[in-house]
Design a protein around this ligand. Structure first.
Ligand SMILES: NC(=O)c1ccc[n+]([C@@H]2O[C@H](COP(=O)([O-])OP(=O)(O)OC[C@H]3O[C@@H](n4cnc5c(N)ncnc54)[C@H](OP(=O)(O)O)[C@@H]3O)[C@@H](O)[C@H]2O)c1
Length: 268
């Protein structure tokens, strides 16, 4: 089992939701953690919770290659190496494709897919030396296209394909590449999901209280990383969706449509 004590763990999107829960968990386990996000205040508040622990925070927009490069370089300056990267930063969207500006889809790809590619590219030489772990936080939407989330699903399908490729390429290097697919998890993601004009809009109808907590999700991810699992699919609903889509795709089309639409309107 992989031991994270004194290991350097990079977490993108560490200021909120699943990423924040991962930061707290890896610090508790004795890791040195580097976390990024766009909002400095939220990162600073997180750091203030752990005054005596090795947490490096950096303001970076992962959709910008130069920010990702600088984040990884500053992490190396701070901790000297990188053992693990968790590509977690992400945004969602909520708008029908026919009504959506292309910008909404592009932003989803830039953050959810390219952000992971940029950060991993610059961290890879160190992870290779340390025979470390690369994690991509994808989604059930990376296995099954979801209505209102065309750009989000596309970015997560792209992420899954890229992770599968590098897992195979790096097979004999002792590096683990893990695809993590949370189901619905309580976080900030739906409050800032992009609308059809690529602007954040809180228009979710889901009751966050009924969803898996970000802490539970982080704990499942941690366990999967300890065991160097290949894929982690979370929540019963998530597992059922992936299973059904694989073996009965036509039925999955109907059931997914029923879940997301009422009287022809997107409801979730
Ligand atoms: N919650 C769910 O139901 C769910 C389900 C499946 C998959 N996921 C995936 O889980 C991951 C984490 O999401 P979450 O649910 O925890 O959402 P969240 O609470 O909104 O957190 C997202 C994190 O990503 C950061 N982020 C967003 N855009 C960024 C950018 N351009 N550059 C750098 N950081 C950025 C945010 O910080 P700033 O805003 O400060 O940049 C924040 O720290 C995402 O990849 C998401 O797709 C979530």
């Amino acid at each position: 089992m992989f031991d994270f004590k004194n290991k350097v763990v990079v977490i993108t999107g560490g200021s909120s939701g699943i990423g924040k829960a991962l930061v707290n968990l890896f610090l508790e386990q004795g890791a040195k953690v580097a976390a990024c996000g766009r909002d400095f205040d939220r990162l600073y508040q997180l750091q203030a919770l752990h005054p005596n622990l090795p947490l490096f925070i950096y303001t970076a927009d992962v959709s910008l290659e130069s920010d990702c490069k600088a984040f990884i370089e500053k992490t190396i300056k701070t901790f000297g190496t990188i053992d693990v990267i968790i590509n977690n930063a992400g945004i969602s969207m909520r708008a029908l494709f026919a009504e959506t500006e292309i910008e909404t889809l592009k932003k989803s790809m830039d953050i959810n897919f390219w952000g992971a590619v940029y950060c991993t590219k610059y961290a890879l030489p160190y992870i290779t030396l340390n025979k470390g772990i690369i994690v991509g936080v994808s989604s059930i939407a990376g296995f099954r296209g979801l209505p209102g989330r065309s750009g989000y699903s596309a970015s997560k399908f792209a992420l899954n394909g890229w992770l599968e490729t590098i897992r195979t390429e790096l097979m004999n290097e002792g590096i683990s590449v893990i695809t993590v697919c949370p189901g619905f998890t309580a976080s900030n993601i739906r409050k800032v999901a992009l609308n059809k004009n690529a602007q954040p809009e809180d228009d979710s109808k889901l009751d966050e209280q009924k969803l898996m907590s970000a802490e539970e999700c982080a704990s499942h991810i941690y366990k999967a990383m300890r065991l160097k699992k290949r894929t982690l699919i979370l929540t019963m609903q998530g597992k059922e969706t992936v299973f059904l889509n694989r073996f009965l795709p036509k039925l999955a089309d109907k059931l997914v449509h029923k879940f997301y639409f009422k009287n022809g309107e997107l409801v979730k």
